[in-house]
Design a protein around this ligand. Structure first.
Ligand code: PLP
Length: 378
């Protein structure tokens, strides 16, 4: 049982769709599938603009989302309060841009006011983009994207480029309503399918910037994907069987409904946080900045790695560890994608049994009671 923030569990229906024999990607059958997927991706992204599909992991989608709209020497602001935010500073640096980091302690959300101050001071409009990780998976922190976006809109020139890898399909992200310019995501997170596809939603202001952007691009030239999608095809050979999986997963998501999907992620998050609190295990991220995809936990007097090891060995449940300096200090519970109330209750019950086996003085049933109460309340 995968309780990590990606790869996430894959429904049997999706696995079955993937097991079909591949078809030619220049066939009418493929075009029909691509057309259906395009419509459903727009629905999921709450946008009327096409979403580009790349054969890449989420990092590839972010690289494409950065390099297609900028030029050498451009100034960019990057929000850094975890492993992924730090990574997004390295991409523009690798491509010769001027990167300024806006940092917050790992485990704390970024401060929108710091972005506003930098953007207001930029009178000659040299800042060309602001790059933000919406849900910082390494810490379980949700960054204040709406407020940061407002500061970017007040600036008027900079694009906002969003890592939505663990927020798309997990929390409200109305791309067109908010006017988000570039939003990147990856298949192994909220999409309920295996790794291998990256997605980049691009708005009209970004496409305008694309025309004059001068960084080199070839395989990740999003203009090629845009042109191909208009003709219901793809510029290069797509991973056809992953597209079968995507088609089926999007059908499942539409049947569930976006509001219901977001409500389920919110409920799982609240239930998970109530449970760990009842077990005297503090959450790493504060309540008012909690990712709805992953909960990072600081075990008080038991080694995080011991808990993970026993959960794996005794219950066949994979939890994620901490990254970088948080290695061994936290563990992370993924509740993103194809995860049900039943799954969460199972994870919490197994966690309680693990804590007891490891000699912790937890009150038996406290975590499950707290989680089931939250679930019952909805
Ligand atoms: C998983 C993840 C990514 C993408 O990582 P890949 O390994 O390249 O798929 C990017 N950002 C966040 C916040 C993630 O959780």
């Amino acid at each position: 049982m995968l309780a990590i923030p990606g790869p996430t569990p894959v429904p049997a229906r999706v696995l079955q769709a993937m097991a079909a024999h591949p078809i030619g990607h220049r066939s009418p059958a493929y075009s029909e599938l691509q057309a259906e997927i395009s419509e459903n991706l727009k629905w999921l992204h709450q946008t009327q603009h096409d979403v580009q599909i790349l054969t890449a992991s989420g990092t590839g989608a972010m690289e494409a989302g950065i390099i297609n709209f900028l030029s050498p020497g451009d100034r960019v602001l990057v929000g850094c309060n975890g492993k992924f935010g730090e990574r997004w500073a390295l991409i523009p640096e690798a491509f010769g841009l001027q990167v300024e980091r806006i940092t917050a302690e790992w485990g704390k959300p970024l401060d929108a006011a710091e972005f506003a101050t930098k953007l207001e001071a930029d009178q000659d409009k040299r800042i060309k983009a602001v790059i933000v990780t919406h849900s910082e998976t390494s810490t379980g922190v949700l960054n204040p994207l709406a407020a940061i976006n407002q500061a970017v809109k007040a600036h008027g020139e900079a694009l906002i480029i969003v890592d939505a890898v663990t927020s798309l399909g997990a929390i409200e992200l109305p791309i067109d309503d908010w006017g988000l310019d570039v939003v990147a995501s990856g298949s192994q997170k909220g999409y309920m399918i295996p790794p291998g596809l990256g997605f980049v939603a691009v708005g009209p202001r970004a496409w305008q910037a694309y025309e004059s952007a001068k960084l080199p691009r070839f395989y990740f030239d999003l203009g090629l994907y845009r042109k191909a999608i208009a003709k219901h095809t793809s510029p290069f050979t797509p991973p056809v069987n992953l597209m079968f999986a995507l088609g089926e997963a999007l059908r499942m998501m539409r049947a569930e409904g976006l509001d219901a999907i977001l409500a389920r992620h919110s409920r799982l998050t609240r239930a998970c946080r109530a449970a760990i609190k009842a077990l005297d295990l503090p959450a790493f991220a504060p309540d008012d900045a909690a990712s709805t995809a992953v909960t990072a936990v600081i075990p008080s007097n038991i080694e995080a790695e011991q808990i993970r090891k026993m959960m794996n060995k005794e219950f066949d449940i994979a939890l994620a560890g901490g990254q970088e300096h948080l290695k061994g200090k936290i563990f992370r519970i993924g509740h993103l994608g194809f995860v049900s109330d039943r799954d969460l209750l199972t994870i919490i019950a197994a966690l309680e049994a693990t804590l007891q086996k490891l000699g912790s003085a937890v009150t038996a049933g406290a975590g499950v009671a707290a989680a089931s109460r939250t679930i019952a309340e909805g």
